[in-house]
Write a protein that binds this ligand. Structure first.
Ligand SMILES: NC(=O)C1=CN([C@@H]2O[C@H](COP(=O)(O)OP(=O)(O)OC[C@H]3O[C@@H](n4cnc5c(N)ncnc54)[C@H](O)[C@@H]3O)[C@@H](O)[C@H]2O)C=CC1
Ligand SMILES: O=C(O)C1=N[C@H](C(=O)O)C[C@H](O)C1
Length: 251
């Protein structure tokens, strides 16, 4: 019988981290060996012999956590948001020095959200106008969400590949922020509301028609199959992978 894969969850007391701990504990092929949260030493990962660390912390914490993990040859599965091109470049540099180590950054672990991104990518070349609206609970640190940012980037890339011009914003009079954040030419609007979890609409428009692709995460359990898939696959995937879709055989 194969020994269970030893997994740590960093940010174990958080909303998604606590759910991830339960999911790892319930999986027969995985063993939860370390559960650090803010203020705990990451040496518990080494003491527990962790092979994979799931990071579900905060944009301010994730880079240092990954530096520790990669430095110790521990694979990373990252749900924490706040990624920029600069941060990704730093991470690639660190991984180059530890070529056997893999890191998956998943802007969203839910299958429905990954499919939303894929469908939006497919629709992008057929519509002149597109805007993204994301809606989250009111304790979220970052805006726009990692998912919305990634969705907009994928749409922009698909438009560019199809030879579509950047959208022209006709607005000449606006309050700051009224037209949302500009992500590669795609306006992204962020709503924060008590009672919500994570929701997104991608709105496409052209002559005489609109198309809305909407996804709703109703409970943190929706992220668990994706996290477990990431844990199982990252050990055989050295280097940096951005997006769970690469582990879903969607094509
Ligand atoms: N990719 C995905 O599918 C999902 C990603 N997220 C992201 O995961 C992150 C956490 O989200 P929530 O659980 O809602 O936040 P949360 O605030 O409930 O939990 C974060 C936890 O991390 C801990 N923490 C902060 N700094 C730490 C450090 N240096 N070391 C160890 N632990 C530390 C906090 O004490 C807290 O317990 C956010 O960036 C969020 O956007 C959340 C849900 C799904
Ligand atoms: O903070 C959250 O809750 C979520 N964060 C991720 C994001 O920023 O996209 C994923 C999901 O939307 C939940």
């Amino acid at each position: 019988m194969t020994a269970p894969l030893r997994v740590a969850v960093i940010g174990a007391k958080g909303r998604i981290g606590s759910e991830a701990c339960r999911a790892v504990e319930a999986a027969p092929d995985l063993e939860l060996v370390a559960t650090p949260d803010r203020g705990d030493s990451l040496e518990t990962l080494v003491d527990g012999g962790a092979q994979v660390a799931v990071d579900l912390t905060h944009p301010d914490a994730v880079m240092a956590n990954l530096e520790f993990c990669i430095g110790h040859g521990i694979h990373g599965v990252v749900g924490t948001t706040g990624w920029t091109e600069e941060r990704l470049a730093t991470l690639r540099g660190r991984l180059a020095a530890s070529p056997a180590t893999g890191v998956l950054i998943a802007p969203n672990f839910s299958i429905g959200a990954v499919l939303t991104m894929r469908f939006a990518q497919q629709a992008a070349r057929f519509f002149e106008s597109v805007e993204v609206v994301e809606l989250h609970h009111n304790r979220k640190a970052d805006a726009p969400s990692g998912t919305a940012t990634r969705t907009a980037q994928l749409i922009a890339a698909a438009r560019e590949q199809a030879g579509l011009a950047r959208q022209q914003d006709p607005t000449t009079h606006a309050l700051d922020g009224a037209r949302g954040a500009d992500v590669d030419g795609v306006p992204v609007h962020a709503v924060r509301l008590r009672g919500l979890l994570a929701h997104q609409e991608v709105l496409f428009g052209d002559v005489g028609e609109t198309l809305t692709i909407r996804h709703d995460s109703l409970h943190h359990s929706c992220f668990m199959p994706g996290i477990l898939l990431g844990v199982r696959r990252v050990v055989d995937t050295p280097g940096l992978t951005v997006g769970l879709e690469h582990f879903l055989d969607l094509d």
